[in-house]
Structures are given as structure tokens and as C-alpha cells.
Design a protein around this ligand. Sequence first.
Ligand SMILES: Nc1nc2c(ncn2[C@@H]2O[C@H](COP(=O)(O)OP(=O)(O)O)[C@@H](O)[C@H]2O)c(=O)[nH]1
Ligand SMILES: [Mg+2]
Length: 233
Amino acid sequence: MYGSRTVSVVFPAYNEEQNIRQAIDDFFVPGVVDEVIVVDNNSRDRTAEEAGRTRARVVREAAQGYGHALRRGLREATGDLVILAEPDGTFVGRDVTKLLSYADDFDMVCGTRTTRELLWEQANMGWFLRVGNWAVAKLIQLLYDGPSLSDCGCTLRLVHRAAVQRIGGDLTVGGSHFLPEMVIVALKRGLRVIEIPVNYRGRVGQSKITGTLVGTLRTGVSMVALILTRRFS
Ligand SMILES: Nc1nc2c(ncn2[C@@H]2O[C@H](COP(=O)(O)OP(=O)(O)O)[C@@H](O)[C@H]2O)c(=O)[nH]1
Ligand SMILES: [Mg+2]
């Protein structure tokens, strides 16, 4: 609970057996987080089994993709406040309280991983990724008259479930470029959005999006295409 509101955490999970249980433990912040939902996205490893041994609720999403998994989680969450995160060890459970501290004033509180002081040594956020995330975020800020944005790809974020109900029908992206769509739709609907710095650590297990240059570029191009087409078509 946060004040009188219940809090859900959503983990999209594709082959995350190595860290899923630690992540659930870490994010089940006592007295604060009421529900953790693991969206198992056709994992071929023991992700679902490992998560099934915890207090988390496991749902299986057959449509493959980061966006499909997160959208399913947004539909499944029952909390008044919904926090999207990743179970790969990159995010820190105690940052939940940072997001919550802005929840009274904003409909959506996005994390940013481009603050150097909060980047851990092993974090996959070198110069290229940092500048790329920043530049695409600035494009959104500029074209959609947004708040100050400095990271287009940070899963860790909070959204009120009431806001999800307003924007859910407009969310269409199933792939890795889902996050900019969520911000664009929120801004178009006039939701109050802010971005705050969060910790970003090294990953446990294999990265499926920004682990390779090709994956990073593909995601970046899809993001920019989405941002431009939604604005100009
Ligand atoms: N890439 C990808 N990630 C998925 C999918 N389904 C769920 N996920 C989860 O989405 C999150 C982001 O992927 P990740 O490999 O961490 O990308 P990175 O953060 O760029 O290293 C992880 O928690 C994945 O387990 C999928 O189909 N593709
Ligand atoms: Mg990750």
C-alpha cells in the first residue's frame, strides 16, 4: 500500500530463470508492494517454474514481444498504482519508493538511466546507448511538447491504473519499441508525466534487446519511425 492505494509490480519475462526469484524478493517491498505479476512470454527455461515457487502471480502471454508482455501485465495488474520493471537485476527494488513519492502529483512517473551518478559499474549503458536514449527521448519531448525527458527506453516506471484505463486502448506496439508509444499516447491524452533518475546495474543473464549493436539499432530505428509517424501522419 502507498497511503490508501494498492501497488502492483509487473515483470515481463523471457528466459529470466537466473534472477527471477531474487527480483521478486527485491521488489516485494514489505508494506508497500501488494502484488507482483510475472508475465512469462514463452520462456524456454525455468522462468515460470521459478516464479511459481514465490508469492508472485504468473501469467502466460503467448504473443511474443516485449510490448505484448508489458501490455498484458498492464491489463492484469489490480493495484491502483502499477510499476513496470524488469527481473534481470538491472533495477533496484527500493527505487519503487522513489517512483511512489511522485505518484500524488503525476499520472506517470518514468525512470531515466542516463544519470551517470546512478549507473553502476557493470551497467550496459555506455556512451553510445546513453546518447542514443537521450536523443530519442529529446525527440519525443520536442515533438510532443513533453516534460524534460532523457531516456526513451527505461522500463522502470509507474502509472496509475486509472491512467492505464484511459490509454490502454491506444497501445498497439508489441515489440521492443513499446515504451515511446506509451509516453506519446499519455502526452496526447494530456496525462501528467515526469521523469526521475533511477539506479541501473549490470544484468544477470542474457540481454535480448540492447545486448547487441544490431538489436540496439533496430530498436532505435523503430522508435524514431514510431515517433515521427505518430506526429506527422
Ligand atoms: N526482448 C524481449 N524481451 C522480452 C520479451 N518478452 C519479455 N521480455 C522481457 O523484457 C525485458 C527487456 O529485455 P532485456 O533482454 O532485458 O533487454 P535490455 O534491457 O535491453 O537488455 C526483460 O525482462 C525480458 O525478459 C520478448 O519477446 N523479447
Ligand atoms: Mg533489461
